[in-house]
Design a protein around this ligand. Sequence first.
Ligand code: KG4
Ligand code: ZN
Length: 348
Amino acid sequence: MSAPVVLGIETSCDETAAAVVRGAREVLSSVVHTQAQHRPFGGVVPEIASRCHVRLLPGIVEEAVRQSGLGWDAIDLVAATRGPGLASSLLVGWSFAKGLAMRLGKPLRAVNHTEAHLHSVFLDPAAPDPADCFPRVGLAVSGGHTNLYRLPGPGRVELLGRTVDDAAGEALDKAAKLLGLGYPGGPVIDRISRGRTPRAGLFPEGRVREGTETGGLRADLCLSFSGLKTSLLHRVAAEPPQGDDEVAQLACDYQEAVVDALVRRCGRALDATPGAVALAVGGGVSLNSRLRTALADLCARRGVRLLLALPKHCGDNAAMVAGLAGLGRGVPSPAAFDLEIDPSWAVG
Ligand code: KG4
Ligand code: ZN
């Protein structure tokens, strides 16, 4: 049987996206609209996001099908993000997908957004086959999540660690706001830090404080970014940076602390995954150039393969959702039609 053609839909946060993917990896089209309406507010406003999804999604789905070069009758399966994410945003895409699958008379699949980020690395035609990359470690790192997983074999995903407070992207965005760099700040911090040498030891390591509830996870595989943020706040209050150069240096030091915290956890997760052959990293923060270099160094030292998504597949997109469904993951219909959204849907 030939690989199914999957229409994917993603609306978990502030990206409205649709894509057509053949099988698990062949992206025929991927349309992503990032809502700029949230910028003046310095963060995503759920009410604005859901209204935007309602207005834009039908046209974006239509466009994805058109760009795929295939007709509606070529779609074998509809897949959409059911969680985790913002409830009001998820509801738009998930309801739309249910209606569309019914209208087309095609099966429906509920996909987990975080697991889709872990799959995004395989949308690069140059990446190896997912079946050849077990066991591996996966890091999903964005503005909404920072989770570390062990993937021992096909269809098995085990949570190893997570942030106990802010996500890494959120930590960068909040720092950027504090430094007057705008929103979202991750890309700006990345850009102004390039070519600078970070000062060591200026910020705390992102360690989880003793006694913090980690839900049974190893504390040294979890992360905490709230202390880092507070430390920046105190520093800026005590010694306000003077001019662009001092701001850029502080941003660079802060970025290094975030990167260092992530890379150390990845190292420990590789230690906790005997025989690991690869480290797969997806999510908006995986665009960060310093993180990419530091992860490449770690993987070279460990002799494991680093799998990074193509830049266009790092942020939220629907190709990763369709691809994961094409791999046979997610909840299939008829059960999927009875499922409601799950804003805190955990992988596994
Ligand atoms: O995956 P994504 O598009 O959306 C979700 O949060 O799910 O990730 C957005 C996050 C934001 O926090 C943004 O600041 C961060 O990814 N980001 C970056 C870079 N590009 C985007 N962080 C650091 N360096 C970048 N180059
Ligand atoms: Zn995401």
